[in-house]
Design a protein around this ligand. Sequence first.
Ligand SMILES: *[C@@H]1O[C@H](CO)[C@@H](O)[C@H](O)[C@H]1NC(C)=O
Ligand SMILES: *[C@@H]1O[C@H](CO)[C@@H](O)[C@H](O)[C@H]1NC(C)=O
Ligand SMILES: *[C@@H]1O[C@H](CO)[C@@H](O)[C@H](O)[C@H]1NC(C)=O
Length: 332
Amino acid sequence: MLRRVLWVIVVLVVLAVAGVLAWYFAVYKKNHDNGGNDGGSKGGSNADVGDGTAGQGNTIVSPNGTVIPNDPHMLKRVFYGMAYVPLNAQLPDCYNTQQTVDNELLLLVQATKRVRLYGADCNALRFTIDAIQRLKLDLQVVVGIWIDKDAATYTRQTEEFYAVVAKYGWTNIIGVSVGNEVMFDQVEPLSNLMAQITTVKNKVVQLGHPEIPVFTSDLEGANRPPLTNQEDLAGVNLHPSFSGVPVETAASWFWTYLNNTVTPTVQQGNVKPIPLWITEVGWPSFPATGNTNASIPSIPNLQKFVDTWLCDANAMNLPYYFFEFFDAPWKI
Ligand SMILES: *[C@@H]1O[C@H](CO)[C@@H](O)[C@H](O)[C@H]1NC(C)=O
Ligand SMILES: *[C@@H]1O[C@H](CO)[C@@H](O)[C@H](O)[C@H]1NC(C)=O
Ligand SMILES: *[C@@H]1O[C@H](CO)[C@@H](O)[C@H](O)[C@H]1NC(C)=O
């Protein structure tokens, strides 16, 4: 049963992300320093979302104009969270519209209750929150403040974040990730990132929401003191496909590595213990030549990883954001 459910998700979701996974592993990890809005619950039982409350029929119009099925029984909300960048939402050309974001979220909410954004440019945050409130979507948001080498990007994104919460309130927000892989990409000195996290945290507290975690998302190597002392939690992007192990052992590799390496790295020397969120996890689908030793991208392997990893992750209540929901051909 679960297997069938997962296959359905793979057909409707994972196939749709093939391009971005391919792009991510083939291109992004090697040479990305472009700016803009760049860019990973359990509860398979109560899947009846998209049951018409959003005013949708049996079909919806996909962002490229294609009409696709909107059958509430085809997708199950088995993912804890999803990483999401709205289609075509990248400066200087923001081709995403409120309508395209509406359509994407109407699909996404059928697979998860939580969405992680990467930035606020191109109205990515504003359109997301607006869609959630207007369409009454049961979806919570991890805000992303994109950081690149241009300090204006950080300033613009934080101001947009504060403007959005001033207008829409905080009810849909469950966290704020200040930067994504800023240390891994050597975007700026650690001291800058820590100051930015502290500034955002102070502002969030000042605005009355000390309970909202503020943190950054990076590889586990970066998530250690003193950085972790500035964070409410550690956001770790953990991709087993960089381990070099075959997909057959990727899930067990993940759990062992999480226990034996990631968790000790994050916690060691912290003033206080902090929670750990997996802010990206997944498996690449393409191209096969984009492998790391025996970690080979393919759609069957992606399916295998989902089959062998997801149920355990949900059973452990691991907070994770699957990378990622939609194809993003505009990133290539
Ligand atoms: C348009 O999008 C749908 C769903 O996202 C996809 O199945 C279809 O192949 C796309 N069509 C084109 C021409 O890109
Ligand atoms: C991949 O294989 C090469 C050659 O054996 C080795 O040096 C490297 O460490 C491996 N990489 C990973 C991530 O396993
Ligand atoms: C990891 O730690 C958890 C909690 O301590 C434990 O339940 C689990 O069996 C461990 N898994 C591995 C693979 O070590």
